[in-house]
Design a protein around this ligand. Structure first.
Ligand code: SD4
Length: 307
């Protein structure tokens, strides 16, 4: 039952982000504006320890953010390992709109942001600093699955505060145009300089206005290896439904790296040009939020491979 306009995004916290996107989409606004406004909600949410301000730092204590955005014309912009700026998605959009480049990283991305009026802030809040100091005691880097899903984490992973988190959002507007955005602080306690899939066009996000869009969450290394979001979109081009395309991309990870795949989470989310959507994940626990004219706060559970 396809819908238009529609916006979907990863994890339960996508509900609040979708609502902000809907304020634009519901008034015949542009999908690009909707996805930027939408993911800004997650970036600003201090209770969310892995997107934007309040995100967990790298293992040396630096909060370093990755984000990208893509519009209906195939324009895209991205920042990686950006520090001190609370809304990396908006810097990514400016890279897209104001520079001849697609991607700026680290110091150069910060310089560009400051030159364009963004304020430098301390993104390491006390609760994240505390979690990092706790982590330093053992220095055990093992990405925990699904902690983004609070209900799942409470039941299955009590007391586990180390996590990773990404918001990926896809929107189809009244005019039938697609855009997407993806933003994260990446894997908690990653190595300094580590870049995940989220700011990489084709890995963490891809949009093709003829076909659809896809985004991913989970352990980015496996998504980069398989160019996951591009794969999902190309499979939809060949006639796969959004869910079938996401499943095939998940199975590619299983096939290439079965030993790794068993112990990590990766989830894909896709939306096609008709407003049909679907998802698939390696493991149980992946959720996504859906918002359209009839219902703005739907949470759906992703299908998954390992039963
Ligand atoms: C990364 N994919 O940096 C991101 C992390 C993530 O849910 O999605 N967590 O690898």
């Amino acid at each position: 039952n396809p819908k238009k306009p529609i916006v979907i995004s990863t994890w339960d916290f996508g509900v609040a982000a979708n609502k902000a996107a809907w304020e634009i989409l519901g008034k015949q606004g542009r999908a690009l504006d909707a996805v930027e406004k939408g993911v800004q909600v997650a970036e600003a949410d201090l209770s969310n320890p892995t997107v934007g301000k309040g995100g967990y730092p790298d293992r040396d204590g630096h909060v370093s953010l990755d984000a990208c955005i893509m519009d209906e014309a195939g324009n895209c912009g991205s920042v990686a390992a950006l520090e001190h700026i609370a809304h990396p998605i908006s810097v990514a959009r400016l890279v897209m709109e104001k520079t001849p480049h697609v991607m700026l990283v680290g110091e150069g991305a910060l310089q560009f942001a400051l030159e364009n009026g963004f304020q430098k802030e301390n993104l390491l809040i006390p609760s994240s600093e505390k979690a990092w100091k706790e982590w330093l005691k053992e220095k055990n880097y093992s990405p925990v699955m699904n902690i983004e899903n609070k209900a799942f984490a409470a039941e299955k992973l009590p007391g586990n505060e180390y996590n990773h988190d990404t918001i990926g959002m896809l929107a189809l507007d009244e005019q039938g145009n697609l855009s997407g955005a993806c933003t994260t602080s990446g894997m908690a306690f990653k190595m300094r300089g580590r870049v995940g899939d989220s700011p990489i066009i084709g890995a963490g996000l891809y949009v093709d206005n003829e076909v659809g869009g896809a985004t991913s969450t989970g352990v980015g290394e496996e998504v980069i290896r398989t160019v996951g979001s591009f794969l999902v979109v190309e499979l939809m081009r060949q006639g796969y439904s959004p869910e079938e395309a996401c499943k095939e991309a998940v199975m590619r990870i299983v096939k290439k790296k079965p030993d790794i795949a068993k112990n990590i989470q990766v989830g894909f989310l896709a939306l096609n040009k008709q407003g049909e959507y679907g998802s698939y994940a390696l493991q149980d626990g992946f959720t996504f939020a859906v918002c359209h004219a009839e219902k703005q706060d739907l949470i759906e559970k992703g299908k998954f491979h390992y039963q």
